[in-house]
Design a binder for this molecule. Structure first.
Ligand code: IVH
Length: 716
């Protein structure tokens, strides 16, 4: 994994995050996670227990704030659950100590950046269970309250996302509000409208007509597939991958620009009901509710099961636990609900949470394995990334042999040594993390890891970055950096020279034939053939492929430069605004911003082109005779570069009129829906294209939403 240069702010944030995480991660992992079964000394001493309870509550509240408000947790979900579990245990043991301090809160996701909306029916959370014993106790309570009968239970996956309440009036979507503090939440209606799977109108059937006012409740989340797509884009842009789908979902739903929300394909699922008018329309059971929501056209959990009795419950929970690795959505447990409403009512609601449901959390997948070695990768920008070489081990269905160790500071804080048995964990996030070391199994000879002070590729003394957390090789001519830059330039994300992969790059650099991309275009056919013979590589087709790439699209050259934070979307925008690389290199930040880039990308461009070597590289490419192809597209306007597909008949505009307006605003109108499509504008009678949009998760707009994007007045 290559971690290139980032903007100072992003870097500072990332490092601050990582730094604190590591410090606390070590503490939490070391003291709590792995001593989970040990009863803390405080349990028996009331004064100490009280102190500990207060401390845990404060810590949990702080982590809730980081998680809910900033979508930027410092500790892993598993470490958080461990804190909760300990608090839970202490509170159960000392109910007398609960005076006034109140139980741990629900969290609060209000951000201050959206209007707040007061829920008509409070949006509570659920009690949690962290062990089979706790789940069994829940089941026993339910049976006791139901006078000894075995009420049916529904087992659903617990989606790991952000809770959302969506209100429909007369079947039309009018409002979407996050949970907030349970009483009031952020009104994120405009953003929620960008979620492709969220219908603007409910379907009504004779059997299940929609109530006049109905608030459906569910979870906004990100599929692993979409996270992979976003990360592929980020990788192209030289940005570190995002690990936690939940945080991406939460962060996305709280973006200030709905169009950006549409660019990340959020998913949504519904499993509950808030306000309902008339009340008589409320379904009689959870099973009936899910069927009703589905009939209205809303997505519902596909894996829900109705069970009766402890044995069936246990089996269903275990089955979902096993299925977890195969599901495309992040889930950290199951939610068990009493099915019938009459029994739900009999059980009632406790201080904050209903007594008829419980969220049972899975233990995170966690294994131990030996750290065989640490290798250091040198990235395109010289950043040294340590990689853990592990004894291959299976975790959550996949075998892993490597894991990123992020940077020097992370290794030091966790005191990870070669030869150690390390704990690898995979929870809600997709990338396995090394959460700590099993000190009991540390070999006597294991020595603290000495991070190299010289670049392993060129021997240049490294320099500290990010307040010394990470280190970089400052030598722009470092052969490792030169290789990575050339590989990137020639790759599919760059000018796409077929056949010019890492083996060829290695050969070219080793023989001093190529140092900068421009050099590729100066080699003659005979040079290629001679080099090919030396390295035992096929050279026949390369000269033509290299020649062809001179006419690659301009955006490919831009992306091929490997400017931090400029991925394909940014490169395409820049290619529409500037017709030559030199014009791009010589432009002002204002002009880059005009191309539709955000401040972070503009800063990255400024940093990049302030380096004389980078400007020289552009001039050299030009001198080598490249002839990039430019796209003739309108460059400006509120929809600059956005790709639209129109389908069905719109209420006021003809499709032709709508297409003209989109083009005038800088957008592009295409016939077929693909992953590149930004929006599908659908009217009455929309069929295949709308279905395809839904399938691909492309944002769907109606005419009034298109008018809003175009800053036009709403239709009369
Ligand atoms: S039911 C009163 N069902 O988990 C019942 N919640 O820890 C309200 N969640 O606040 C919630 N999947 O944000 C329910 N299948 C599911 C769920 C689910 C995820 C979330 C939800 C809830 C939290 C409770």
């Amino acid at each position: 994994m290559i971690r290139p240069r980032e903007s100072t702010l992003a870097r500072a944030k990332r490092m601050a995050f990582r730094g604190r995480w590591i410090g606390r991660g070590l503490l939490v992992a070391g003291l709590l996670l792995w001593a989970g079964a040990v009863v803390p000394a405080e349990a028996s001493d009331p004064a100490k227990a009280r102190e500990r309870i207060l401390h845990l509550r404060a810590e949990i509240a702080r982590h809730d704030e980081l998680y809910f408000k900033h979508a930027a947790p410092e500790i892993s979900d598993a470490a958080y659950d461990t804190l909760k579990r300990e608090l839970h245990g202490l509170e159960a043991e000392h109910p007398d100590l609960l005076d006034g301090a109140g139980p741990a809160g629900l969290g609060d996701d209000r951000s201050g950046r959206f209007p707040v909306y007061r829920h008509r029916v409070p949006m509570t959370g659920l009690d949690k269970s962290y062990s089979e014993a706790e789940l069994r106790a829940f089941h026993a309570r339910v049976v006791r309250r139901a006078d000894g009968v075995e009420p049916e239970l529904v087992v659903e996956p617990k989606y790991d996302g952000l809770a959302l309440g969506v209100t429909y009036e007369s079947g039309r979507l009018v409002r979407a509000v996050t949970r907030g503090n349970g009483t009031e939440g952020d009104d994120v209606t405009a953003n929620a409208r960008m979620i492709a799977a969220l219908p603007r109108e409910l379907r009504s059937t004779a059997v299940r007509p929609w109530p006049e006012v109905v608030e459906v409740r569910g979870e906004v989340y990100l599929t692993y597939g979409e996270l992979a797509r976003i990360n592929a884009e980020r990788e192209q842009a030289g940005e570190p991958p995002l690990a936690h789908p939940r945080n991406v979902a939460a962060g996305t739903l709280k973006l200030s620009d709905p169009a950006e929300v549409g660019a990340r394909r959020l998913a949504v699922v519904f499993y509950g009901l808030g306000a309902c008018e008339p009340e008589t329309a409320r379904p009689e059971s959870q099973g009936d509710l899910l069927a009703t929501l589905a009939a209205w056209g809303l997505p519902v959990p596909q894996e829900s099961r109705v069970v009766r009795g402890w044995a069936e419950l246990q089996t269903a929970v275990a089955a979902l636990g096993r299925a977890r690795g195969r599901l495309d959505f992040p889930t950290d447990g199951v939610v068990v609900k009493v099915n019938e409403r009459r029994w739900q009512q009999a059980l009632g609601v406790g201080a904050q949470t209903p007594r008829w449901a419980i969220a049972h959390k899975f233990a995170p997948a966690r294994v131990e394995t030996r750290l065989r070695g640490i290798t250091i990768q040198v990235g395109r920008t010289g950043l040294l990334t340590p990689v853990a070489e592990l004894e291959p081990v299976k975790i959550a269905g996949a075998t892993i042999a490597r894991a990123s160790l992020h940077n020097r500071a992370e290794i030091a804080r966790k005191d990870i040594r070669v030869g150690d048995v390390v704990r690898v964990e995979k929870a809600g996030e997709i990338i396995p993390m090394i959460v700590g070391v099993n000190l009991a199994r540390r070999p006597a000879e294991a020595a603290p890891y000495g991070f190299p002070t010289a670049c392993p590729a060129c021997g240049t003394e490294t320099v500290g970055v990010d307040g010394e957390a990470a280190v970089r090789c400052p030598n722009a001519d470092c052969p490792a950096q030169v290789r990575r830059r050339l590989e990137h330039f020639a790759s599919k994300s760059g000018v796409d020279i077929h056949g010019l992969g890492p083996a060829w790059v290695d050969l070219l650099v080793t023989h001093g034939a190529v140092r900068r991309p421009g050099d590729l275009y100066r080699l003659q056919r005979d040079d290629w053939l001679a080099l090919g013979r030396k390295g035992g590589l096929a050279a026949e087709r390369l000269p033509a492929a290299v020649e062809r790439s001179k006419q690659a699209e301009l955006w490919r050259f831009i992306q091929g430069l490997g400017i931090p934070r400029i991925g394909e979307a940014g490169a395409r925008r820049l290619a529409r605004r500037f017709d030559r690389l030199e014009a791009l290199a010589g432009a002002s930040p204002g002009e880059w911003a005009e191309a539709g880039l955000g401040p972070a990308a503009v800063t990255a461009l400024a940093e990049y082109f302030s380096e004389p070597a980078n400007r020289a590289l552009v001039a050299d490419l030009q001198a080598a005779g490249i002839k990039p192809r430019t796209e003739s597209a309108p460059e400006q306007g509120p929809l600059a570069g956005k790709i639209f597909v129109l389908t069905g008949s719109l209420p006021q505009w003809t499709r032709l009129q709508a297409a003209d307006k989109i083009r005038a605003a800088g957008g592009l109108v295409r016939e077929a829906v693909s992953r590149r499509t930004d929006y599908v504008v659908a009217g009455e009678g929309a069929g295949e294209k709308l279905a395809e949009a839904r399938r691909l998760g492309v944002a769907v707009l109606d005419e009034s939403e298109l008018r809003a994007l175009l800053n036009e007045d709403p239709a009369p």
